[in-house]
Write a protein that binds this ligand. Structure first.
Ligand SMILES: NC(=O)c1ccc[n+]([C@@H]2O[C@H](COP(=O)([O-])OP(=O)(O)OC[C@H]3O[C@@H](n4cnc5c(N)ncnc54)[C@H](O)[C@@H]3O)[C@@H](O)[C@H]2O)c1
Ligand SMILES: C[C@]12C[C@H](O)[C@H]3[C@@H](CCC4=CC(=O)CC[C@@]43C)[C@@H]1CC[C@@H]2C(=O)CO
Length: 392
């Protein structure tokens, strides 16, 4: 009887440690910890069976101590590093997350190298006026290797013998518009050229100075690189390639002391995505370049609805970039940065649905989240009309 009582108390002790750890995750990151809770509770049930069935009391006690040590060490170790003397290079600072990150990191005390496409553009001018004298503005198109090399030379000239603490890969575009079959090959290439090959070149070019500082690489990607968002195949494919490259780099750079993080933002009202004129131009470009057969099979009405759905989504996107900017700052300054940051409300739920519920449920969730089409392709409308005629 005593043996049973001791096993019972060990089991209760282990439960409180694991459930407490999972609840802490829930409080710290809202719903995104739901997957964690599911896993922890599964482990707990397994452990309960072990404790009850085959662990002698002494070993059970050792498990309890190990569990407590694990939770407390992990929980209390993370601290924030000082920004003093740390330099960070950010791509795509003309607008959106890049410009906001440059402003915030400058205010935190970093020496910011903000690269822009247009040194005389509104974004660059705003940064010049709003930031401290530590800011350096650099013109760089990430798809032009000679401009990337020049940007490195300019950065190293200013860093002297110091390494570069942080590289923030932010620059990116969404060229594609519409269903995977309808997206032009030039859309796929356009997204891949900037989002994958451009970021690849910048990362490889700046890696030696980041390794020298045992610093950080932070990449702004997208959930569309991991989940099949409708109408985003070209953009998502480029982000998928980027995610795999960055994730491979993450564990290969561990021996060098370089920490690698990926930021996965929800939907925000930034420069390009909120530019309704941009989506009009994308629509016109598609109609003018789509093959006559596809245009006939899908019909202009179908393409028009897609454009309106993109514009409607852009109107209701989030204007508060702080979840993304705070994630970038945390990934640069925490002694224990996360490998992935879900930057925006509801992202954890989106990933929980995608990870644990049937594909039909997650497919429907993504459609409701982004583009809920009502118009069928013209060819399907004709098929349905013919079937209805036959049934009459
Ligand atoms: N806005 C969102 O909802 C959202 C969601 C998920 C991921 N993202 C990603 O966030 C990143 C930043 O985009 P944003 O939303 O701030 O949009 P944005 O259009 O405001 O910013 C994109 C930046 O990239 C720059 N850029 C584009 N092509 C470039 C090139 N060839 N060389 C150098 N710079 C270039 C632009 O000048 C701009 O400064 C992108 O990688 C985007 O894919 C955005
Ligand atoms: C791709 C975009 C950024 C982002 O990736 C969005 C996507 C719309 C669907 C969507 C919903 C999310 O909750 C995660 C991000 C995301 C999948 C956006 C449409 C235009 C926008 C951009 O143009 C970014 O440059």
């Amino acid at each position: 009887m005593e043996e049973y009582a001791l096993s019972f108390w060990i089991y209760m002790g282990v439960m409180s440690v694991f459930v407490g750890g999972a609840m802490k995750k829930i409080l710290a990151s809202h719903i995104s910890a739901v997957p964690t809770l599911v896993v922890w509770l599964g482990l707990l049930v397994l452990l309960e069976r072990l404790c009850t069935l085959c662990l002698p009391a002494v070993l059970g006690l050792a498990v309890l101590c190990a569990g407590c040590g694990l939770i407390t060490r992990k929980g209390s170790a993370a601290q924030t590093l000082p920004t003093e003397g740390k330099a960070v290079f950010i791509t795509g600072c003309d607008s959106g997350f890049g410009k906001a990150a440059a402003l915030h990191l400058d205010a935190l005390g970093f020496e910011v190298f903000a690269s822009v496409l247009d040194l005389s553009g509104a974004g660059a001018v705003e940064l010049q006026h709003a930031c401290s004298s530590r800011l350096t503005l650099i013109q760089m198109d990430i798809t032009k290797p000679q401009e990337v090399q020049q940007a490195l030379r300019c950065t190293v000239d200013k860093l002297g013998r110091r390494g570069l603490w942080g590289l923030v890969n932010n620059a990116g575009i969404c060229v594609n518009f519409g269903d995977a079959e309808l997206s032009l090959t030039s859309n796929y290439r356009g997204c891949m050229e900037v989002n994958f090959f451009g970021t690849l070149d910048v990362t490889k070019t700046f890696l030696p100075v980041v390794r020298q500082a045992k610093g950080r690489i932070v990449t702004v990607s997208s959930p569309s690189g991991e989940q099949p968002f409708p109408c985003l195949a070209a953009y998502g494919a480029s982000k998928a390639a980027l995610n795999l490259f960055i994730n491979t780099l993450r564990h290969e750079l561990e021996p060098w002391g370089v920490k690698v993080s990926t930021i996965l933002p929800a939907s925000y009202k930034t420069g390009q995505s909120s530019n309704l004129e941009y989506w009009e131009k994308q629509h016109q470009h598609l109609v003018q370049n789509l093959s006559p057969s596809l245009l006939e099979e899908y019909g202009e009405e179908y393409l028009l609805e897609t454009k309106e759905l993109f514009k409607a989504h852009a109107r209701k996107a989030n204007e508060d970039f702080s979840p993304v900017i705070n994630a970038i700052a945390h990934s640069l300054l925490s002694t224990q940065p996360s490998t992935r940051y879900y930057a925006g409300h509801g992202m954890g739920l989106m990933y929980f649905i995608y990870s644990y519920l049937p594909t039909s449920v997650s497919d429907r969730f993504l459609k409701r989240l982004f583009v809920r089409k009502k118009v069928l392709p013209r060819a399907l409308q004709k098929q349905n009309n013919n079937n209805n005629q036959i049934q009459k």
